[in-house]
Design a binder for this molecule. Structure first.
Ligand SMILES: C[S@@+](CC[C@H](N)C(=O)[O-])C[C@H]1O[C@@H](n2cnc3c(N)ncnc32)[C@H](O)[C@@H]1O
Length: 245
């Protein structure tokens, strides 16, 4: 019998007010799969998804890291309480467990978990929208990203910085409209190196999954000095879908 390397869509729970796994969710899971061997070597103890929606991503991550056994603990948050409930159901359907909390980004967890999370994954609301749509109740919170789609993204970085352990990695989905180059420059100023793990282009949008880690801490043997900013001159070669690592 073929063993699934990710969560199974048929076991992912749903709700009309919760974001269903979509191209961006699959791109994030593909990035984690592409980096799986490094993640296993990384031996994370605590992993967290911010904005977990259906639970497809956190369940996939837990399945990928399954061989590390019960030494890994998972957290998932979402501002939408229906998403928190759907994530619990998806985890349970896969025989997995995570602490799932309905909260704004990681409010209420920051003190308890500061400097402790080894892997943070985020597929944020990144669509440029009027500012007043950000943080709306229900499914609109899934995509409403405010000006340049950056309102929630820009609130996530300082939280991730606080939560991440010294060796911690952050994987984030961004859209070209979010100005990922500027995002990486901003993170570089905070001491983070970055690398694109997956880039996907459709007629409507170009998605990047970017991995961030503290500069000076080797992310893995292939990534010592190879950051997003050094990848940038090659951007024009990346028109087609695929993995860059
Ligand atoms: C694009 S969806 C991604 C869902 C899921 N991670 C996936 O990849 O399929 C963004 C998710 O972030 C949640 N979200 C939006 N703003 C948030 C906030 N301030 N704090 C926590 N979660 C938030 C939304 O409710 C939604 O579930």
């Amino acid at each position: 019998m073929k063993v699934s390397r990710t969560a199974q869509i048929r076991l992912v729970s749903c709700h009309p007010e919760v974001y269903e796994p979509c191209d961006d969710s699959f791109a994030l899971v593909d990035a984690l799969l592409a980096d799986r061997e490094h993640l296993i070597e990384h031996r994370p103890s605590l992993c967290m998804e911010l904005g977990c929606g259906s639970g497809y991503v956190i369940s996939s991550l837990a399945i990928m890291l399954g061989e590390l056994g019960c030494g890994v603990h998972y957290f998932a948050t979402d501002i939408n309480p229906d998403a928190a409930q759907v994530t619990r159901e998806t985890l349970e359907a896969h025989g997995l467990h995570a602490e799932v909390i309905s909260t704004d980004i990681a409010s209420g967890l920051r003190k308890r978990l500061a400097g402790m999370i080894d892997v943070v994954v985020v597929n944020p609301p990144y669509v440029p929208t009027p500012e007043e749509e950000v943080g709306c109740k229900g499914i609109a919170a899934s995509w409403a990203g405010g000006e340049n789609g950056r309102t929630v993204i820009d609130r996530i970085f300082p939280v991730a910085d606080e939560l991440l352990s010294e060796k911690g990695w952050l994987y984030m989905v961004t859209l070209t409209a979010n100005n990922p180059t500027q995002v990486c420059r901003m993170m570089k100023e905070k001491g983070y190196a970055s690398r694109i793990i997956v880039q996907r282009s459709t007629e409507e949008e170009s998605l990047h999954v970017i991995k961030f880690w503290r500069d000076g801490v080797i992310a893995n043997s292939a990534e010592g000095s190879d950051s997003w900013l050094s990848q940038f001159p090659f951007k024009s070669f990346w028109r087609s879908s695929g993995t860059s690592a």
